[in-house]
Design a protein around this ligand. Structure first.
Ligand SMILES: *[C@@H]1O[C@H](CO)[C@@H](O)[C@H](O)[C@H]1NC(C)=O
Ligand SMILES: *[C@@H]1O[C@H](CO)[C@@H](O)[C@H](O)[C@H]1NC(C)=O
Length: 392
């Protein structure tokens, strides 16, 4: 009995909720009322709401915090402060418990260790199951994100058990919250043999959107590989609206709030006036630029509903922030045509390998990858009308 117990409880520890993340900065809070003049172009990533233009690296942390606040307030819902996390490893199952306000919830992930390489291993957290090929040098952590925030019906899942079913969080912010708890748990559990500093995240379709959001909001994620997330991931709401107006059916902000639980309960208030939003999704891409992390967007030009034009232009706009930091190789695009949604094409393999090598395997592989077979030409006057500064 005793030995069984010690076998089950290979590792348990807990982390105080007060232990704040190291990247926290003290910045002005977002004003209660934001008057943003209707702007059909994508908002300038370097222009702060207070009118100050970011010209130095030192100004970026507060603009970045502003972007995170905007995304939460308008679209995603509120990320709660860090709860207390504990973890228990039993064979390949990591059970994670998060506690806050006298309540606790638990969920488990399964870990498949790689067959080569040495411990601690890098890992990729797969939303649902991975639909990209993960090499045998990288562990796979399978994360049932719908258990945290249900995909069918609002306010259901572990997140809402802890914070209340009327919390304004959309499912994607709850999934991101769960990813953060997985990394807390890996930090607490060396016996899991995973290096918490080399963890990536991936998912496809709705889970591609989720992987983008989780990577954007959790700085401990070394790389996000969102696959075919389309609008709300690679794509921008403004561009999607124009595609729709031009007569091609695409996922728009207006349409996405009908039925799907992914966005906050507040987002429906804004979806009919997209040009008045003081943000668009290129600003979410910018969250990977500094502190420097990787993001490889895997998209598909063959499926109109994914909004290939929007994905290309929006991501190109997001990449201007990486350019400003002299780090454009940290953001990649591999956009190729194939009819099967969430299939992975040979044409993207070298791009994926390069990003995994650089951001998870510590190799010096070149990742200056910006590939599309969509023949898009960026119209500087239409979407991206800002000059890209060199941040000093
Ligand atoms: C305006 O925003 C920038 C960047 O977030 C910040 O550095 C600056 O302190 C702000 N200025 C005022 C007056 O709040
Ligand atoms: C919409 O159609 C106009 C006119 O043909 C074109 O210039 C524009 O690029 C199209 N927009 C998108 C997002 O495809």
């Amino acid at each position: 009995m005793h030995s069984l117990l010690s076998l089950l409880i290979l590792a348990t520890a807990s982390l105080a909720a007060s232990q704040a993340s190291t990247s926290e900065v003290s910045c002005p809070t977002l004003p209660t009322t934001i008057n943003y003049a209707s702007n059909p172009k994508l908002p300038d990533p370097f222009l702060t709401l207070n009118g100050t233009r970011v010209t130095s690296k030192a100004q970026w942390p507060c603009r970045r915090e502003e972007i995170k606040q905007l995304l939460q307030r308008y679209a995603l819902g509120t990320m709660p402060p860090k709860p207390t996390t504990s973890a228990t490893l039993s064979s390949n199952t990591l059970k994670i418990t998060a506690s806050d306000g006298g309540k606790s919830v638990s969920f488990s992930v399964s870990i498949k260790l790689p067959t080569s390489g040495s411990t601690p291993y890098p890992a990729i957290i797969a939303f649902g199951s991975a639909s990209i090929p993960i090499p045998n040098t990288v562990a796979v952590i399978t994360y049932q994100n719908f258990d945290i925030g249900a995909d069918n019906g609002r306010g259901k899942g572990r997140f809402y058990d802890l914070y209340g079913s009327s919390h304004n969080a959309g499912a994607m912010i709850t999934w991101a919250w769960g990813v953060s708890r997985i990394i807390d748990a890996l930090e607490l559990t060396p016996d899991a043999k995973i290096d918490p500093k080399r963890v990536g995240v991936t998912g496809c379709s709705r889970n591609g959107k989720g992987a983008m959001v989780a990577g954007a909001f959790e700085d401990r994620i070394a790389i996000a590989i969102p696959q075919e997330g389309g609008q709300g991931s690679a794509g921008c709401w403004r561009i999607a609206d124009e595609i729709q107006k031009n007569g091609t059916k695409v996922e728009t902000a207006h349409q996405i709030v009908n039925g799907d639980t992914w966005f906050s309960t507040d987002f429906p208030k804004y979806v009919d006036a997209v040009p008045t939003l003081p943000w668009d999704n290129h600003l979410m891409h910018a969250l990977f630029a500094d502190p420097p992390r990787g993001v490889l967007i895997v998209e598909n030009t063959a499926i109109d509903y994914l909004g290939p034009t929007s994905n290309y232009h929006c991501a190109s706009a997001g990449r201007t922030v990486f350019k400003a930091f002299g780090r454009q190789e940290n953001m990649g695009l591999s956009q190729v045509s194939h009819s099967d949604h969430c299939g992975f094409l040979r044409e993207s393999q070298a791009d994926l390998t390069a990003f995994i090598e650089r951001f998870l395997l510590g190799k010096d592989t070149k990742t200056d990858i910006w590939k599309t077979d969509g023949k898009f030409v960026v119209d500087e006057t239409r979407w991206i009308d800002w000059a890209v500064p060199t941040l000093l």
